[in-house]
Design a protein around this ligand. Structure first.
Ligand code: FAD
Length: 281
């Protein structure tokens, strides 16, 4: 196939069937989707995303949130914020969607080998990081300590609550969770995600950090990581912008000199630091 034909091919959605829909929070659902006879195309790198096409409604970028070792199905965690995501989470098992991708850059899994992995997530930002967590836990001897710091607005907005508890029981793993507003019945940490750093058992010189969440949160987290001694070169972030083609043609997701769809969404912090510090971009 020529490069032009491959690009044209990447614009055509493959049919997929929704197999399962699980409610995670009042507005967030995890969908499991299969593409018949396309096992090989289900391979993805943790951090990559698909374009999910809702017939007659629209197409949106959604990160793959499942286990990269599972080639049978693709998993997406979707927060309903507008017309397309609302249509997506309203799906019932057996219904069809269109899938393009996977697209974009992944988390630095190779570079993380032999090192401690520090994951910092805010809200729905845990979804694109979950495949990296699976990768570390599935291959425990290849990585050092796993430290997960996760913050959400309130307890009812925490994703994957059962898994968070299960991950915390794994060897060589520390999971710290916080919420902005606790309320009755919450006995855990209250405060923004950076307040967890004081309890995190970090070995900064041998750590690689992966961050995803609202930009304001990522600004504070990168600052905190720097203060702890994790270098800019060992810090990676996933960025989000509205996008349409996912192939670097349309320019919707331009971020300074980069396109988030093809140069990202995962960027080394060293590459985008000046842009992240400019709030208006
Ligand atoms: C690489 C990437 C990965 C993503 N992964 C996930 C994921 O795993 N789960 C998930 O729930 N969402 C994810 N998103 C965000 C998701 O694509 C948007 O929520 C979706 O496009 C909104 O479409 P809509 O038609 O439902 O809403 P619209 O009706 O288009 O918009 C609703 C509101 O959301 C705003 N908005 C729309 N798109 C974006 C965007 N991309 N970024 C910020 N604000 C936006 C609009 O300005 C508007 O205020 C990801 C986005 C990117 C770029």
């Amino acid at each position: 196939m020529t490069a032009a034909a491959a690009q044209l091919d990447a614009m055509v959605p493959c049919p997929g069937v929704v197999r399962q829909v699980v409610k995670d929070t009042p507005d967030t659902f995890t969908l499991t989707v299969s593409r018949e006879n396309e096992r090989e195309q289900n391979a993805f790198q943790p951090g990559q995303f698909s374009m999910l096409w809702m017939f007659g409604v629209g197409e949106v970028p959604i990160s793959i949130s499942g286990d990269p070792a599972n080639r049978e199905q693709l998993t997406y965690t979707v927060r309903s914020v507008g017309k397309t995501t609302e249509a997506l989470v309203s799906h019932k098992p057996g219904m069809s969607i269109g899938i393009r991708g996977p697209f974009g850059t992944g988390w630095p899994i190779e570079a993380a080998r032999g090192r401690d992995v520090v994951i910092v997530a805010g809200g729905i930002g845990l979804a694109p990081l979950r495949p990296a967590i699976y990768e570390v836990l599935n291959n425990r001897d290849r990585y050092g300590r796993l430290v997960l710091l996760y913050g959400a607005r309130s307890p009812r907005e925490l994703l994957y609550r059962k898994e968070l508890a299960a991950w915390a029981r794994q060897p060589n793993t520390q999971v710290l969770v916080t919420v902005d507003y606790g309320g009755l019945g919450w006995h855990g940490n209250v405060g923004v995600v950076t307040t967890l750093f004081k309890s995190a058992r970090l070995q900064p010189a041998n750590s690689i950090a992966m961050i995803c969440g609202p930009e304001i949160m990522m600004r504070f987290v990168t600052r905190q990581l720097g203060e702890c001694g994790v270098t800019t070169e060992s810090t990676y972030l996933s960025m989000e912008r509205n996008m349409q083609c996912a192939l670097g043609f349309c320019g919707h997701c331009q971020y300074g000199p980069h396109f988030i769809c093809k140069d990202g969404p995962v960027f080394p912090y060293a590459k985008i630091r000046p842009l992240l510090e400019k709030h208006e971009l």
